[in-house]
Write a protein that binds this ligand. Structure first.
Ligand SMILES: Nc1ncnc2c1ncn2[C@@H]1O[C@H](COP(=O)(O)OP(=O)(O)OP(=O)(O)O)[C@@H](O)[C@H]1O
Length: 499
């Protein structure tokens, strides 16, 4: 199985940000150490740093069971992880998306000492081909206040809907630089704390505006606007419910596991089918992931952060089986209502219209249909409008409950192709509960659930055929039903071995 989503990178700033590197991490140990050109190349660590504060064999970063960790290797100065010093121990520290690692001589949080410390930011995803933006903030401030936001009129434009039109202002004050977050509905975070009123920026501060992370260092702002690349990690997800015990009289209850330690990782731009016999736990799985039903164990993380507490919750959309759109509204009015509800107040009329048209376009709903009432549409068209309206808030992951049920074969195929288009051309990840195997070859991955809410397989349709040793996937249902324990145990061991 291919779990490409566990790729991670390290952004490294050295020499007062004169040198910026991005390293794609291997899953096994990535050794970190000091290295100079005078040393023998065979001693070169994977992450070779030049700072005098770095020990020759400082520490290492590795992946274990789909999670990333930093472990010290007896370094002299230790390391700061998100501002906390973790010197002289060999505990493995969990790294999450955006974790800041700093090696330096000064005990105050991440202050570069004569520019010789090293600032590193751990990022989930592969950023090797992306360009980091650098803005000379000091220079811009010579001309007065500097605005930052989504609007093209801002001095620093962050092209992301997660950022407000005008998110905040930088200005000079008493020789320092102050950031004020002016967008009340869009809080900013500075080194993981919400920004209230004015904050004075220090070297190597990490400012998070929406989903954009900016590093302030040596008068520069360095940032990478987020692309697609969201990752949803489901870890040991369980749901146990109380049911009436038929062996006992009265109201005696017993526990029933309807979702049993499910582990799976969804990555961007994939169309995923959730398959399984009736009652296998497909809906329970999806409902627990999106938080509609309460999981009794396990975690759901998006980009390495707990999904339930994460501001990234808006990254997920859900299209129920029953369309919630109102039959008497036109297609355009339907989307306008959703846009008014979901988009921030500072989105202009023009931006809103562009967004609506882009969502309709992504589902191939041509302008000829924009004035039609929902009740005048075919089942397939109605479903497309439902999906388009869910796209308004720009979710990166979209869960759909049997979107093709009740559609004729031709419409069904067209809808599946539209879903595939959303995944491959628009960078969405779609997780689709389905009972039908028609068009299954259009899906990138299959999550096969077995009775008792057990995950039995996750991989491509072709891999599923060889895995279950069948020529038609329909025969896998029977095999899973009869051997759920074996498949579930095998899946689990494979999953953890490959991470
Ligand atoms: N709140 C609950 N209390 C008791 N049992 C439940 C509860 N919710 C779901 N179940 C049971 O858990 C099992 C899984 O249900 P779920 O709806 O997730 O299955 P499914 O695979 O989506 O089924 P279908 O394909 O028929 O929609 C079923 O046996 C169901 O009866």
């Amino acid at each position: 199985m291919d779990f490409e989503g566990s790729t991670a990178s390290l952004l490294i700033l050295q020499d007062n940000a004169k040198k910026i590197d991005i390293v794609t991490l291997k899953k096994s140990d990535n050794t970190i150490g000091r290295f100079s050109s005078k040393q023998d190349d065979s001693q070169r660590p994977d992450i070779a740093l030049t700072s005098q504060f770095v020990s020759r064999d400082h520490g290492c970063i590795f992946d274990k069971g789909g999670r990333w960790y930093y472990q010290d290797r007896g370094s002299q100065n230790g390391i700061f992880i998100d501002g906390r010093r973790t010197a002289h121990d060999t505990h493995a520290y969990r790294l999450k998306n955006g974790t800041i690692l700093y090696i330096g001589g000064d005990a105050s949080f991440m202050k570069m000492y004569k520019g010789e410390g090293v600032l590193m930011i751990f990022l989930l995803g592969d950023y090797s081909n992306q360009q980091w933006e650098r803005v000379a903030l000091h220079g811009l401030l010579d001309r007065g206040e500097v605005t930052v936001g989504r609007a093209p009129s801002c001095d620093i434009v962050l092209d992301s809907f997660s950022v407000a039109q005008v998110q905040g202002i930088f200005r000079r004050q008493n020789g320092g630089i102050v950031y004020r977050n002016t967008a009340k509905k869009h809080p900013a975070l500075l080194d993981h704390h919400p920004v209230r009123n004015d904050v004075v920026l220090k070297d190597n501060d990490v400012l998070v505006l929406g989903r954009v992370t900016l590093i302030y260092t040596s008068g520069l702002l360095i940032y990478l606007a987020p692309q697609s690349g969201e990752k949803l990690t489901v870890h040991e997800l369980c749901r146990v419910v109380q049911v009436r015990d038929p062996r006992q009289s009265g109201f005696h209850k017993k526990e029933k596991t309807i979702l049993d330690h499910v582990n799976v990782e969804f990555t961007s731009s994939e169309l995923v089918a959730v398959l399984g016999t009736s009652g296998a736990g497909k809906s329970t799985f999806v409902n627990c992931v999106i938080g509609y039903e309460k999981a009794t164990g396990g975690t759901v993380e998006i980009n390495g952060q707990d999904f339930n507490t994460s501001a990234e919750k808006s990254l997920i959309g859900y299209v129920p089986q029953m369309d919630l759109i109102r039959p008497n509204l036109t297609v355009m009015k339907t989307l306008e209502y959703v846009a008014a509800l979901r988009l921030n107040g500072d989105v202009t009329q023009q931006e809103r219209r562009q967004k609506i048209e882009a969502c309709l376009g992504a589902l191939d709903i041509t302008s000829a249909k924009w004035g039609s009432r929902i009740r005048e549409l075919s089942g397939g068209e109605r479903k497309r409008v439902s999906i388009a309206s869910e796209l308004i808030s720009d979710p990166k992951l979209l869960f759909l409950d049997e979107p093709t049920s009740g559609l004729d074969p031709k419409t069904e195929k067209l809808l599946v192709l539209a879903l595939q288009n959303l995944a491959h051309r628009h960078g969405k990840t779609l997780i689709v509960i389905t009972h039908t195997l028609k068009n299954i070859e259009a899906f990138d991955k299959i999550l096969f659930m077995g009775p008792g809410g057990r995950a039995c397989f996750y991989g491509s349709p072709d891999q599923a055929l060889s895995f279950f040793d069948v020529t038609d996937l329909v025969d896998a249902y029977d095999k899973v039903e009869k051997n759920v324990e074996t498949y579930a145990r095998y899946y689990r061991s494979q999953y953890f071995r490959e991470r």
